[in-house]
Design a binder for this molecule. Structure first.
Ligand code: SAH
Length: 465
């Protein structure tokens, strides 16, 4: 981040702009939304600027800029659409102590103006550091559609009600009050009776909240998918939006954690599969503790929570404590990994079943029906298989598996650093160790990448595209 976003206090302060053409107009349309004193310096000002001056929305100095014109200004815009003149006025403004922006000149500007979505007092600023104005415009359009037009009205009335709402205890209850107002009660009141209906509705909501029974906590056991945030379910996103507490495993990716409500308490359970981390009992105790206090807990697990996630132990703990829960499925690593190969997990005439198996469990390397797995055409998705690879390889060969059986290892499936390692059973080790994978990896026994994709032994994501 080369530019740090802040909201600057400009009420009653000066903003000065030099220029009178198109570029000046575009900036002025934004600046005039503020309560600053705006001065425009332009020898040849557009009629619209003259009209604004007439209407006293700004002060127009119909001449070239002189030293002292930007005195006491908080912000200064050079918008002459002329490099030499912009450089001259910027130098003057610098001397007057103003922060300077030169339109369309990122390098010489001390600040940049974001695209904004205006629901005053709710303002969303979007910046791309000059890299992608097209993207900023698209995000702006999306947000314009998503934020109701009367949000500004609700926020203004809400602001005058803040002190009254302070009778509610800080935390869950107060937050729920405001959520109910902005999402439900406020919009309904405006629709039914206009702006005048909002305050009485707030008062009724406050009374109802004050006398409501204490909130019941709950736990959602949510699948975070393999890592790509686009592979989250809508339900998972909604749960993250409202969570008071998020308890997450180590494999849950950073971009997904970023989606959690900003005020949510984030707890790292540090666990990878059956690997080390916070003891299972402690995770369970934490879920119970927070939910018992009325919190909405999201227990975020990588992939699908029902696959190698010790879900039953957590459900048993919640049941024992009488806490309500629900399971939100996610995309399991096997689905994400096989998608990158251009293959399917089952195929008519090849395999009518597929196994999800683990390389090791709490007791060590896991035992399986090796004889069945060794049959030609068998397909298995092996989780937590890296360390057990040599063991698996040995067992399968010993039970008569064809040494040429394809095995493909997909590391970091669906993430930007995804790697695909196609090999055969006889070479699985030492190929896997030599590849030095340190991310989560899923092994697909019996599947090779579709012929057209298997160009190199180390396919990257780009090569698939
Ligand atoms: N519940 C998870 C599995 C947890 S066990 C799921 O449904 O996917 C942890 C194992 O999952 C890892 O050891 C690895 O084998 C696999 N895994 C999880 N995320 C992965 C990813 N992005 N790419 C490849 N394998 C992954």
């Amino acid at each position: 981040m080369d530019h740090f976003p802040v909201f600057m206090a400009v009420a009653g302060r000066r903003i000065v702009l030099s220029g009178g053409g198109e570029a000046a107009l575009a900036k002025l349309r934004l600046i005039l939304k503020t309560t600053a004193h705006v001065t425009v310096i332009a020898a040849d000002a557009d009629p619209q600027i003259a009209a604004w001056a007439q209407a006293r929305r700004l002060t127009l100095l119909p001449r070239a800029m002189e030293p002292g014109d930007a005195m006491c200004a908080v912000l200064f815009y050079a918008a002459n659409e002329d490099d030499a003149e912009d450089a001259r006025v910027a130098a003057l403004a610098h001397r007057d102590g103003a922060r300077v922006n030169i339109v369309d000149n990122l390098a010489d500007s001390q600040f940049i103006t974001p695209a904004i979505v205006d629901r005053d007092p709710v303002v969303v600023a979007i910046g791309t550091e000059g890299a992608a104005p097209v993207l900023a415009r698209r995000i702006k359009r999306d947000l314009e559609e998503r934020l109701p037009a009367d949000l500004g009205l609700l926020a203004r009335i809400g602001k005058t009600f803040r002190t009254a709402a302070d009778v509610l205890p800080m935390g869950v209850k107060r937050r729920d009050f405001w959520t109910a107002f902005y999402e439900r009660v406020g919009p309904q009141a405006v629709a039914a009776g206009g702006a005048d209906a909002v305050r009485p509705a707030l008062q009724r909501l406050l009374d109802a909240t004050l006398h409501a029974a204490p909130k019941q906590g709950r736990v959602d056991l949510v699948g975070a998918g393999p890592g790509d945030p686009d592979l989250l379910t809508l339900k998972a996103r909604k749960a993250l939006d409202v969570a008071d507490v998020v308890i997450y495993d180590r494999l849950v990716s950073r971009p997904i954690l970023e989606l959690a409500r900003r005020e949510a308490v984030m707890i790292d359970a540090g666990k990878e599969g059956f690997g080390p981390g916070m003891p299972q009992e402690q995770i369970q105790a934490l879920m119970v503790e927070h939910a018992s206090q009325g919190a909405h807990v999201v227990r975020l697990k990588s992939g699908d929570p029902t696959v190698f996630g010790r879900l039953d132990e957590e459900l048993a703990a919640l049941d024992a404590a009488g806490i309500a829960w629900s399971i939100v499925p996610g995309i399991t690593a096997a689905s994400a990994a096989v998608a990158t190969l251009g293959q399917s997990l089952t195929r008519r005439g090849r395999n009518a079943s597929v196994r999800f198996m683990t390389g090791h469990d709490t007791a060590g390397f896991a035992d399986h029906d090796w004889k069945a797995l060794a049959r030609p055409g068998e397909v298995a998705a092996i989780y937590m298989g890296k360390r057990a690879a040599r063991f698996l390889q040995g067992r399968l060969l010993m039970h008569g598996a064809d040494p040429a059986t394809p095995v493909t290892v997909v590391e970091n499936a669906s993430r930007p650093d995804q790697r695909v390692l196609p090999t055969v059973l006889a070479d699985l080790e030492p190929t896997l160790t030599e590849a030095g994978m340190d991310g989560p990896a899923l092994m697909l026994l019996g599947l090779a990448p579709r012929a057209a994709l298997a160009v190199t032994a180390d396919l990257t994501r780009e090569e698939f595209a």
